[in-house]
Design a protein around this ligand. Structure first.
Ligand SMILES: NC(=O)c1ccc[n+]([C@@H]2O[C@H](COP(=O)([O-])OP(=O)(O)OC[C@H]3O[C@@H](n4cnc5c(N)ncnc54)[C@H](OP(=O)(O)O)[C@@H]3O)[C@@H](O)[C@H]2O)c1
Length: 295
């Protein structure tokens, strides 16, 4: 996007921003960084790639060190960005302190936060082990909320940057056979749109990305690889979803639903009676045989 357009957009975004010189001094001399949870693979990695290509330094956060190392190696080879890896579980009690310590060690602050780390659970809700339900809520809801709550005040003080939360098309309706997952993404959409409204005009973008099925290891991890939606709904590539998500973030769109038909589906899921929509979704999400649960 051309610079004058950028400047115009930023001026509009900052229309209510009150600069506080004392607060801004705390960030003087530090460099902005984009923190991407779930940045070692899938949609998170592709979003990190878009930010790095656009000149942002990036911090990739995920649990396993080796995929993180490989992801960082690839990003460094194809961009000039500084790429930092933080092997951490974002649901751990010390996750925010770990990320802050890594930012401080690199003389950086979180200019942009991308919450992409997420998990699903497939099958009827009553059959999920309670610990898995807790893990899903901890990751998709609790960690995302706490990271947003932690980094947003600094962004508001600086009047720039923002948060990109990866939600899902599934957030627009209840999803039998992925009930907790769909409910968690409804929370992400609701939280993001509400916080975006609260911070409008303060210079900060608060955006949600709501893709339909995407070709990543996500479905196999939750044991949904053989569900009907995997056969019947052609998945988007993580690259195309990240491209749309990054564009939506730059423009400050509150919700980006990538693809040609998915925005129509999102509309249909909102306006059609649940009595019609829910059985269709439930049928599409029904696992066809025993598969491996999320690891
Ligand atoms: N794929 C889809 O069809 C689809 C559609 C709509 C929305 N989404 C959403 O998009 C987001 C990304 O999905 P994806 O398909 O890219 O998933 P993915 O390929 O399974 O990648 C998940 C990423 O999150 C990391 N992660 C998982 N648990 C974590 C934890 N506790 N702490 C830190 N990092 C963790 C994983 O690395 P480690 O395992 O090493 O931690 C990995 O980097 C999720 O929020 C998902 O709900 C996906």
């Amino acid at each position: 996007m051309a610079n004058p357009m950028h400047a115009l957009l930023q001026a509009w975004r900052r229309r209510w921003w009150q600069p506080d010189p004392a607060a801004l001094e705390a960030f003087a001399g530090l460099t902005p960084m984009t923190v991407v949870t779930g940045g070692s693979e899938g949609i998170g990695l592709e979003l990190a790639r878009r930010f790095a290509a656009a000149g942002h330094d990036v911090m990739l956060v995920a649990r396993r060190a080796e995929p993180l190392r490989q992801a960082a190696h690839g990003l460094r080879a194809e961009s000039k960005a500084t790429v930092v890896v933080v092997p951490a579980d974002v649901t751990a009690p010390d996750a925010i302190a770990t990320i802050e310590a890594a930012l401080a060690a690199h003389g950086a602050y979180a200019d942009v936060l991308v919450n992409s780390a997420g998990m699903g659970l497939s099958g009827p809700f009553h059959a999920h082990p309670p610990d898995d339900v807790v893990r899903l809520i901890d990751l998709n809801v609790r960690a995302l909320s706490l990271l947003t709550r932690h980094f947003l005040p600094g962004m508001r003080q600086r009047g720039r940057g923002g948060i990109l939360n990866v939600a899902s098309l599934g957030g627009y309706a209840p999803g039998p056979n992925q009930a907790a997952y769909y409910a968690s993404k409804a929370y992400v959409l609701s939280l993001t749109e509400a916080v975006a409204a609260e911070t409008a005009g303060e210079g900060v973008r608060v955006c949600a990305l709501a893709p339909g099925p995407v070709n990543t290891a996500f479905h196999a991890r939750m044991g949904a690889e053989k569900a009907f939606y995997r056969l019947l709904v052609p998945p988007a590539s993580a690259q195309s979803v990240a491209r749309a998500g990054y564009r939506g973030f730059v423009l400050g769109l509150r919700v980006t639903v990538p693809g040609l038909f998915n925005p129509l589906l999102a509309l249909a899921m909102r306006i059609m009676p649940h009595r019609i929509v829910i059985p269709i979704i439930g049928w599409l999400l029904r696992p066809r045989e025993d598969e491996r649960r999320n690891v």
